[in-house]
Design a protein around this ligand. Structure first.
Ligand SMILES: [Zn+2]
Length: 242
């Protein structure tokens, strides 16, 4: 009798323990996955495919001022932007993630610069992202006072225009926040810029500022401001999809 009681108690304990372990395991497995899926659908840019195209690279430095090269600023800001957009749930594709030009990716033109642009267009049109952003820095050697961001979109694309408007506003705010007041501009509708003219999805060319303006240049070459300006771009993208 004593023996049987002990057996029953023992087996009850085993069953309870087994149940408890199963519950913890199921909770952990399903609960965890559930939490992940809830989290990823809740993130503001979940499911959005975004191409970031850091202008120039490799042999092509873009705009220059002494030893400061546009291509480096473009890449630095783009890499920061990629990380931030991914944290918001976006799927981000960079046309380049290091200091290279892209002319070697096609033979569609005899001109190196043209081949480079064609590669970027091909990546965008083959991927068909929700949006793309080409990141650049402007230059105006004859007018060093000219400062601030400028955003270009294709004149016929309503969505590109909307994205450009949010970007122009948020970028100007980023400059204003650090005490650098730049001219209030409207985005520029354009029909001739190669990337805008030849791409199918909505997208823009973002000129972050002027390498020929001392304050723009000083800001655009500091990590802090690069982060700030990348954040401004994220806010604009969120507004666009919001
Ligand atoms: Zn450029």
């Amino acid at each position: 009798m004593q023996n049987t009681k002990w057996k029953v108690r023992y087996s009850n304990t085993i069953i309870s323990l087994a149940l408890l372990i199963s519950v913890i395991a199921i909770h952990y497995l399903y609960g965890h996955n559930f939490a992940v899926s809830v989290l990823s659908t809740w993130l503001p840019l979940s499911g959005k495919v975004i191409i970031i195209d850091p202008g120039h690279g490799g042999i092509d430095g873009g705009a220059t001022y002494n030893r400061i090269l546009e291509k480096d600023i473009n890449l630095d800001v783009s890499l920061k932007l990629k990380k931030m957009l991914e944290k918001e749930g976006a799927n981000v594709i960079l046309t380049r993630s290091k200091d290279i030009s892209l002319d070697h990716l096609n033979k569609k033109s005899e001109y190196r610069h043209k081949r480079d642009l064609i590669s970027r267009v091909d990546i965008i049109n083959n991927t068909m992202p929700d949006i793309f952003l080409s990141i650049h820095v402007n230059a105006e050697k004859s007018s060093p006072k000219t400062a601030g961001p400028m955003v270009f979109y294709h004149f016929d694309s309503v969505n590109s225009r909307r994205l450009a408007q949010y970007l122009q506003k948020k970028l100007e705010e980023a400059y204003a926040e650090v005490g650098h007041t730049t001219p209030k501009r409207k985005p520029y509708g354009n029909t001739s810029l190669f990337i805008l003219k030849n791409t199918k999805p909505p997208g823009v060319i973002v000129e972050l500022g002027f390498i020929t303006n001392s304050r723009d240049r000083q800001l655009l070459t500091t990590q802090n401001f690069q982060t700030r300006i990348a954040k401004a771009i994220v806010l604009a993208i969120r507004e666009y999809f919001g």
